[in-house]
Design a protein around this ligand. Sequence first.
Ligand code: CAA
Length: 310
Amino acid sequence: MAAPIIHGVRTVGVLGAGQMGLGIAYVSALRAKVPVLLLDKSKEQVSSSLKFMDKLLAKDVSKGKIQDIEAKEARDRISVLDYDSHGIEGFRDTDMVIEAVSENIQLKRTLFKSISEAVNPDCIMASNTSSISITKIAAATIPEGVSASSEQGRKYAERVVGLHFFNPVPVMKLVELIAALQTSQSTLERARAFASACGKEVTTSQDVPGFVSNAVLMPFINEAIMTLEKGVATKEDIDKTLRLGMAHPMGPLQLGKRPDFIGLDTCLAIQQTLYQGTGDSKYRPSVLLERMVDAKWLGKKSGKGFYDYQ
Ligand code: CAA
């Protein structure tokens, strides 16, 4: 018998329509079958993401993974909020907002403050951050002048949780669930149930820099970049070694290989968070990675990373 759905999410808001936000909207609409309100300040981003979504749904139909009617219903569940006329206020009647903007703590704290002011008092506020402290994000939701330990203060911060999806979201089977110090048990359980309804397996991690996934993945990627930097092997051979020698679906450098795929700017931001958050030199970003981001060679999304994508 199917597990009871206890997330109580009748409408979800997704903030950020980049590759992660798009994927989260996709699994929410297709798998969890909930209406999605998508918000991004870039109209171009929204339009290119929706085109990609249509392609993905059409591919799933053509491969017989879903019926035509399921694809149509999923697409119809997704509405776009106009940033200029609605902004974050448009999330007012949602039961959960999932933020998927870039890895910038100030930006996330500012957005969570606005979300907490806009939404109803039961709404869960989830961040898809890959590395930033959920506790720091949660603290930003408490209104000025309200004590963090008061009942009123706790009512804001206890609804903040980390829901870390993996790229590409429609394909990767995992969501990492992270409780801030302030997160309530009910928020955690509802967030877990929602991730399961999206078809994901859920692991939990404490709120440490990078959680489990990136605390392990980032030193691995960085080591591969430093191996390239030292001239130990070509990028192709580094990737091939990991792909064929260790059965990784992608090597650590290319698309086809991870950092180009994740985005080198995102990799650098995560590594900086890990390094600053722990002070541990094993997390220090390589100079080559910093230079590539300086040059705006960000991987697949900018047409050039360790490999060319033109
Ligand atoms: N969005 C949606 N679906 C996608 C996709 C995308 N961006 N890219 C590929 N897919 C789908 C394809 O459509 C295809 O679906 P079907 O089986 O229905 O045809 C399926 O994935 C396999 O694709 P391909 O055959 O084209 O290519 P592949 O076999 O090389 O698989 C891959 C592609 C799934 C991305 C695979 O290479 C892989 O698993 N790579 C590892 C990805 C990874 O490590 N992700 C985690 C990154 S870290 C992260 O996200 C967390 C963080 O905090 C930084």
